[in-house]
Design a protein around this ligand. Structure first.
Ligand code: IMP
Ligand code: MG
Length: 185
């Protein structure tokens, strides 16, 4: 079967998207991210915690270039109605390793408003890790209003909607190997 990659414009549900960041640029940027992390954590061990679903592709590509000893766990953040009068409660599902006294790097697909990362930092911070850092593939500085700016990120992008490389539009587009931007018409 002939696989057709590299479409310039693609359609997902009711919207069109155009190529924004090419596969080669992503790979190049990941090399420098990994080099920085390898240098900063030399002599230490890293516990990566990747946030599902969006970070699966970024995490798998990045971790292949990590040369310091490391482990990885994948978690989901969910919000449910607590039984108390407190309203919605956030929880991390799937964190099956003890992060106490570990050097944790959270892997995210994108930091947009920063609300999700703030929740995760609060939840994980209570487990007493030695340190926690945030590493995201993409970062939207103009949309950001959180407390935890990613210390490591691949690309700072404008405040537009993107898909591909793990990111979705209503669950579609995660499989794309390049990052696409919403096409305004
Ligand atoms: P935040 O809490 O606003 O920082 O949003 C974080 C989450 O929203 C990310 O983990 C993504 O799942 C999703 N998200 C934010 N911006 C985009 C985008 O441009 N495309 C796809 N998903 C996005
Ligand atoms: Mg996400």
């Amino acid at each position: 079967m002939q696989l057709k990659f590299d479409e310039q414009v693609i359609q997902l549900h009711d919207k069109s998207f155009e190529v924004f960041i090419r596969e080669e640029e992503i790979s190049k940027e990941l090399v420098s991210l990994a080099e920085r992390i390898n240098a900063d954590f030399a002599g230490k061990e890293i516990t990566f915690v990747a946030i599902l679903n969006g970070a699966f592709m970024f995490a798998s590509d990045l971790i292949k270039m990590i040369t310091v000893p490391c482990e990885i766990s994948f978690v989901k953040v969910s919000s449910y109605n607590g039984t108390s009068s407190k309203g919605r409660v956030d929880e991390l599902i799937g964190l099956n390793i003890d992060i106490k006294d570990k050097h944790v790097i959270i892997l995210e697909d994108i930091v947009d408003t920063g609300i999700t990362i703030d929740k995760i930092m609060t939840l994980m911070g209570s487990e007493d890790p030695a340190s926690i850092h945030v590493c995201s593939c993409l970062f939207k500085p103009s949309a950001f209003k959180g407390k935890n700016k990613p210390e490591y990120f691949g690309f700072a992008i404008p405040d537009s909607f993107v898909v591909g490389y793990g990111l979705d539009y209503n669950e579609k587009g995660r499989n794309l190997r390049e990052i696409y931007q919403l096409k305004e018409d």
